[in-house]
Design a protein around this ligand. Structure first.
Ligand SMILES: C[S@@+](CC[C@H](N)C(=O)[O-])C[C@H]1O[C@@H](n2cnc3c(N)ncnc32)[C@H](O)[C@@H]1O
Length: 201
């Protein structure tokens, strides 16, 4: 999906995603002492970026959807925190190197050759000792889970992500995690997410 498609999806006053952070983002990062600059890549409407800002991080929220970033700014204002929003196409844009204490990527799904460009740049943006966290729909999700993109070309495993981060970082966790979900008929389902948590060397 290009930026115009995402803008269309985000238009309207309702949040497409929730205002609360993703459960794995909150679980993985709750114990991390806020210590400087964080960057949320593909931040969308800012649920995770705002949560980080509320915890004391100085947050840059990056996305190529103008509508999403406007909603993220509104959510931040409602919560009494500030975000620096950056409109950029992650396929073309490289964040500044060794600048951030935390880089988060949640549910960014690009064709794998594009992800393979974005992921090393995300790792390079983190300072030594800083944290990298990715959460996304797992490649096994269409067959064994629920929701998310069904096109295998934009899905990945935690191991694929970890392989690209290993040259930069020590990998703390490479997992497939289950997440409760509800289908359109209100039935309980289980989604499969890939999770990688790493610390930059
Ligand atoms: C599924 S949403 C996830 C949003 C947010 N991370 C969250 O968890 O709520 C995916 C986001 O990726 C953004 N995105 C997709 N491709 C992008 C690209 N090439 N450059 C920048 N943002 C992109 C979309 O605009 C969208 O906001």
């Amino acid at each position: 999906m290009d930026a115009a498609c995402w803008d269309e999806r985000y238009r309207g006053s309702e949040l497409v995603w929730k205002a609360e952070p993703n459960r794995f983002v909150a679980e993985e990062l709750a114990g991390l002492k806020p210590s400087g600059r964080a960057m949320d890549l593909a931040a969308g409407e800012g649920r995770n970026a705002v949560w980080l800002a509320e915890r004391g991080w100085e947050v840059d929220a990056v996305d190529f959807s103008t509508v999403a970033l406007e909603k993220a700014e509104r959510l931040a204002a409602e919560r009494g925190v500030r975000l620096r929003t950056v409109r950029a196409d992650l396929i073309l844009w490289a964040p500044p190197e060794t600048t951030y204490d935390l880089v988060l990527i949640a549910y960014l799904h690009l064709p794998w050759p594009d992800m393979a460009q974005v992921l090393p740049r995300a790792a390079a943006a983190v300072r030594s000792g800083g944290t990298l966290l990715l959460v996304g729909h797992d490649a096994a999700n269409p067959e064994h889970g629920y929701g998310g993109p069904q096109d295998p070309r934009v899905l990945y495993t935690a191991e694929q992500v970890a392989d690209l981060w290993r040259p930069y970082a020590d990998i703390l966790r490479t997992e497939t995690r289950t997440r409760p979900a509800t289908d359109t008929e209100g039935n309980s389902r289980t989604a499969l997410d890939a999770l990688v948590h790493a610390v930059r060397r």
